[in-house]
Design a protein around this ligand. Structure first.
Ligand code: ADP
Ligand code: MG
Length: 391
């Protein structure tokens, strides 16, 4: 809370302190996908969790139609008229909150004037979803200030729409959903197509989630991602010889897949399909083991997921593999895997609290030796979704 105090002082310095309107504070977390990678577009489950750090938003009503935007993370700040919310390249990060205002206005909501200060603890562009975090905190904060209903699933959908249509990034729903709907000490089992979801207890006890950022620029992602998607579609075509109704790999159980895999003549396509079907099965096993509090078993599933993404789906690369291998060599580590689309971005590891310091030192050193890159580490627990902070 001392951080919020300092932010309040910064807010007053920036926007003045003589207003009779109160400054209110909102927070949305970052997120990490714990297991279930490259399953979402195959009709399978993902398993994200909200982190204990994220984006804080201080907001105060103004008496005119201006909205003031400032962030402790970027130098650009400005006021714009609430009537003039459009995408402008020179507005850089401010386009994210503007996209939310635009989406609220499209739904017929009148948004008044406000002064806003953001402060983010999530590294940008590393796959922990700082964009979903700033979108969701803005939507939740503005709706609350306007006295409107704050249905969190609606907020996630609205935020995703803003990112798709205003910013122009074709992300799925997982990020915004996890950031909005996160729950302390729970992960979220989510089916992205239907938004069917369930909070699953993830009581980490003496273990911490340690996120390692490879700081590798992700050049390959887009073309490889499209290639994987089309390989999954090819697999469905082959398998529909046996299952004529099949439209997505996620509709097959492991047994059904195994009895039909010989119908896929292309070895690469077969490997891709095997990853998807087994990864979905690993997610379901994860729910089982976590519901009985067996973190060690979950760690084994994380390792299985990484190996499959490396050998069958082939989306890891030397940076992610080096980081995971170094992580698993540290005593007190239950599991480690890449998280996100792959080829760079982050790993997530489950590390005993007494080993965290050694983990950061050793993994960082080995990673630097083998790749020449410097890793960053974030030690966290699973936190709540978007909320107003009562100070
Ligand atoms: P990520 O993987 O972190 O979501 P993106 O490229 O999708 O990466 O989104 C990062 C962008 O979101 C930043 O470059 C910035 O424009 C915006 N953003 C995120 N957090 C903040 C913040 N605290 N203040 C201002 N802008 C932010
Ligand atoms: Mg993003």
């Amino acid at each position: 809370m001392t951080e919020v105090k300092a932010l309040q002082e910064q807010f007053v310095e920036l926007y003045g302190g003589d207003s009779s309107n109160p400054i209110r504070t909102f927070h949305a977390p970052g997120r990490v996908n714990l297991i279930g990678e490259h399953t979402d577009y195959n009709g399978g489950y993902v398993f994200p969790a909200a982190l204990t750090f994220g984006t804080t938003m201080l907001i105060r009503k103004r008496e005119d139609d201006q909205v003031g935007f400032a962030s402790t993370n970027f130098p650009l700040r400005k006021h714009i008229s609430i009537q003039q919310v459009e995408l402008r390249a020179e507005d850089d990060w401010i386009n994210y909150p503007k996209g939310i205002i635009c989406e609220l206005q499209k739904r017929g909501l009148t948004v008044g004037g406000y002064d806003i200060l953001y402060s983010g603890a999530i590294p940008n562009g590393s796959g922990l979803s700082s964009s979903a975090s700033i979108e969701v905190v803005t939507a939740y904060g503005l709706l609350t200030m306007e006295g409107q209903p704050t249905d969190k699933v609606e907020i996630a959908l609205l935020s995703q729409k803003a990112e798709n249509e205003f910013i122009g990034v074709q992300c799925g729903i997982m990020d915004q959903f996890a950031v909005a709907m996160g729950k302390k000490e729970h992960a979220i089992l989510l089916m992205c197509d239907t938004l069917e979801y369930k909070h699953v207890p993830f009581v980490s006890g003496e273990y911490k989630l340690v996120i390692g950022n490879t700081n590798k620029k992700r050049g390959l992602v887009d073309s490889a991602y499209n290639e994987r998607r089309s390989q999954c579609e090819q697999a469905v075509k082959y398998l529909s010889a046996k299952y004529p109704e099949l439209t997505l790999l996620g509709q097959l159980s492991l047994e059904q897949y195994r009895s039909a895999q010989h119908l896929i003549p292309d070895e690469t396509v077969r490997k891709r399909a095997q990853h998807v079907v087994e990864e979905i099965d690993r997610v379901l096993q994860s729910i089982e083991v976590l519901e009985r509090g067996d973190l060690a078993a979950f760690g084994q599933l994380m390792i299985g997921s990484h190996n499959s993404l490396r050998d069958l789906y082939e989306v890891t690369g030397v940076e992610l593999d080096t980081m995971v291998e170094a992580a698993l060599a540290v005593p007190g580590v239950l599991g480690s895997r890449m998280t996100g689309a792959g080829f760079g971005g982050c790993t997530v590891s489950l590390v005993h609290q007494d080993s965290v310091e050694r983990f950061v030192g050793e993994v960082g050193r080995v990673y630097k030796e083998k790749t020449g890159l410097t890793a960053d580490f974030y030690v966290c627990d699973i936190g709540n979704g978007v909320q107003e902070l009562q100070l």
